[in-house]
Design a protein around this ligand. Structure first.
Ligand SMILES: [Zn+2]
Length: 392
């Protein structure tokens, strides 16, 4: 009897640890929009440009194609980050999607679009890294009209193959001087697998390098990425050390990173045989699903309630007074299940399941004067209303 109880207890602990992220039917409905043909067509396009190393017209053509695609998908906030390297002007393509609750905190989803020079005329880079570029495009296409709490930067870095030149330039000339608040750098590089092999595992990469202050958070996000990968794809996962790609300059500067890398490692990368015929398109398609589910969760995407319009719904809920003194009132004509209050750093400082779902008071007397965010949600977790509170 004791043995049985112990086993049940262990099963419970194990599953609650592994699946702290639960499957969302809303996220699944977006993941279901990932199209095999989209991914295939992006990969064909990447191949058609040829060798995309610094100084080649192919690299410029690929940049223009990316900008056109993101524009076509409805993005208007596209930043072209240009710099000079060995006499050539190079371009990082940064596509911004603004978050609703934390507009100045960013999830970076990135991968490089250049390919390697030399080695039998250079590499067309369909696996390394047309695969990552294709997946990021597909995620951006699907998330355009989805609300996310955090802002997302979809970044296609240039000149990774010359030693993270593009990502280092962006880090040193934009991220650090502007002190950008980055939640996580999620890098996707070389995820094409090998044609003719069974490609059913993806490496989820955690920071195991010095400096070590960011390693615990990277490990936690990588665990989360592994869980999300199992929830939204049929892939198995391996937790491995992050190395050799655009997240490394960020990890050196103490940012938190994670990444995807193929488990069956292609013998064709960095050579003229890095072609569509030598990778596994079905594998890229499966990783696109996993990465879409992961991005939705990591940016905290949420569903708009469609009972009535979002603005109309928000109008049915009164949160007052402003500024608040000792007592905050929430009067609503729709059921409000939960209130969460965050400080300016985005830290959750109060989470209450409301006893009365229509008329509630929250004791604010212990709160310090300052600015807070609040979020009211229904019993399905959908946000009904969010906004700013001032305690004075
Ligand atoms: Zn690469």
């Amino acid at each position: 009897m004791k043995l049985i109880i112990t086993s049940i207890f262990l099963i419970f602990i194990t599953s609650s640890t592994l699946f702290s992220q639960t499957h969302s039917t809303f996220y699944q409905s977006i993941v279901d929009g990932v199209k095999y043909d989209s991914v295939l067509n992006y990969l064909k396009k990447v191949q058609s440009f040829g060798v995309k190393s610094p100084g080649t017209p192919a690299l410029i053509n690929a940049k223009n194609w990316l900008v056109n695609k993101y524009t076509l998908y409805g993005y208007s906030n596209i930043q072209i980050d240009n710099f000079t390297y060995n006499g050539n002007t190079l371009y990082n393509v940064i596509v911004n999607k603004t978050g609703t609750l934390y507009p100045t905190t960013y999830l970076i989803v990135c991968g490089h679009y250049d390919s390697k020079a030399g080695g039998g005329g250079g590499s067309p880079g369909v696996n390394d890294n047309g695969s990552g570029v294709s997946i990021i495009l597909e995620i951006a296409r699907l998330l355009k009209n989805v609300n996310t709490e955090y802002s997302i930067k979809f970044i296609n870095f240039t000149a990774e193959e010359t030693g993270y030149t593009g990502s280092s330039n962006y880090l040193n000339n934009t991220v650090i001087p502007q002190n950008l608040d980055i939640r996580l750098v999620f890098n996707i590089d070389e995820v094409g697998g090998v044609a003719g092999q069974i490609n059913d595992i993806i490496k989820c990469e955690s920071d195991q390098s010095s400096p070590t202050v960011n390693n615990v958070n990277s490990a936690a996000f990588t665990d989360t990425l592994m869980t999300l990968t199992s929830l939204y794809s049929n892939l198995g996962t391996n937790n491995t050390n992050a190395y050799g790609s655009d997240y490394m300059p960020f990890q050196s500067a103490e940012y938190i990173i994670t990444g995807y890398f193929e488990d069956n490692q292609s013998p064709d990368v960095h050579s003229s045989s890095d072609l569509l015929a030598n990778l596994d398109t079905s594998y890229v398609f499966e990783i696109a699903k996993a990465a879409t589910g992961a991005t939705l969760y990591l940016a905290q995407a949420y569903e708009n309630t469609n009972i009535i319009g979002e603005q109309e719904l928000a109008d049915f809920i009164k949160v007052f007074p402003t500024p608040v003194n000792d007592q905050l009132n929430i009067n609503s004509s729709v059921p409000v299940y939960k209130i969460e209050i965050f400080d300016v750093q985005g830290r959750l400082i109060l989470e209450n399941v409301l006893s009365n779902q229509f008329n509630n008071t929250i004791n604010f007397s212990e709160f310090q004067n300052g600015i807070y965010h609040y979020k009211l949600s229904d019993k399905n977790g959908s946000i009904l209303k969010s906004g700013i509170l001032v305690k004075a």
